[in-house]
Design a protein around this ligand. Structure first.
Ligand code: DC
Length: 242
């Protein structure tokens, strides 16, 4: 079967994680959450007492030495950093508040972009979500989406997600953090949050999750037969799997 890389980029709370995961299930392909990789490395920094904002070169050194690995038998795939299961840390406030600083370090991005491209080689039928998947990591992806929604709606979705995990969530605080994070993610020099020119842009403000997944599935099936895959090369490096 041919490779089938579908990218799903957009800001926090645009719904891309949930949509990407459900779309992957409907198409019978794998799902990659690249935000989890940035969060996993941030958790590593925090737990080792390194502040990515104040000590970017120490954070970059930790990232360069870290071994990131997904257990692909789990749905969604579980992330291990240096063989430690970090999934319980990914949404913690101390990680969320620092992840954008880590994601703006060029050397860290280089490490993770290369790791994601290796994953794309080892798992060539993939819906991958993040900020730079269609623009930097997989510029030749078969289908590219860019999801967006108005900030208050995105904040409400994030709050609902946290409450579903049994966490407390203050929507006003989440909105503030989300707007700050968007600004920072869009302003950074390497791999900024951006809508690739050839991406299909979708405003999900007034759409239910099911409607977005239905729409994306239909759009993909119009463009390509998922059973056959996409003949466009997905771009990226070759090398070992992670
Ligand atoms: O999607 P998320 O909220 O889990 O992403 C966490 C942070 O990581 C966010 O600040 C943006 C950053 N990120 C990134 O810069 N590039 C990606 N491909 C994925 C996430």
């Amino acid at each position: 079967m041919q490779r089938l890389i579908i990218t799903m980029d957009g800001p926090a709370g645009s719904g891309k994680s949930t949509v990407a995961r459900q779309l992957a299930a409907r198409l019978g392909v794998e799902f990659l959450d690249t935000g989890a990789m940035y969060r996993g490395l941030t958790a590593l920094c925090v737990d080792q007492g390194v502040d990515p904002e104040a000590e970017p070169s120490q954070a970059a050194a930790l990232a360069a030495d870290a071994h990131l690995h997904f257990d692909w038998s789990q749905d969604p795939p579980r992330l291990y950093v240096n063989d430690r299961d970090v999934n319980h840390r990914l949404r913690d406030t101390d990680v969320t508040s620092r992840v954008s600083a880590l994601a703006s370090i060029g050397e860290v991005r280089k490490v993770l972009v290369a790791a994601q491209q290796r994953i794309g080689e080892a798992h060539p039928r993939l819906v991958t979500e993040g900020r730079d998947q269609g623009s930097v990591v997989f510029p030749n992806a078969c289908v590219k989406f860019y999801l967006d929604a108005e900030p208050p709606v995105r904040a409400r979705r994030r709050a609902d997600q946290l409450r579903a995990l049994g966490r407390e969530a203050n929507e006003a605080d989440i909105l503030d953090q989300l707007v700050q994070r968007d600004e920072r993610d869009a302003a950074r020099k390497t791999g900024p949050l951006t809508c690739p020119e050839d991406a299909h842009k979708l405003d999900t403000t007034n759409m239910t999750l099911d409607a977005v997944v239905d729409y994306c599935e239909q759009y993909v099936r119009q463009q390509v037969d998922p059973e056959v895959g996409c003949v466009r090369s997905a771009g990226g490096a070759s090398g070992g799997a992670t």
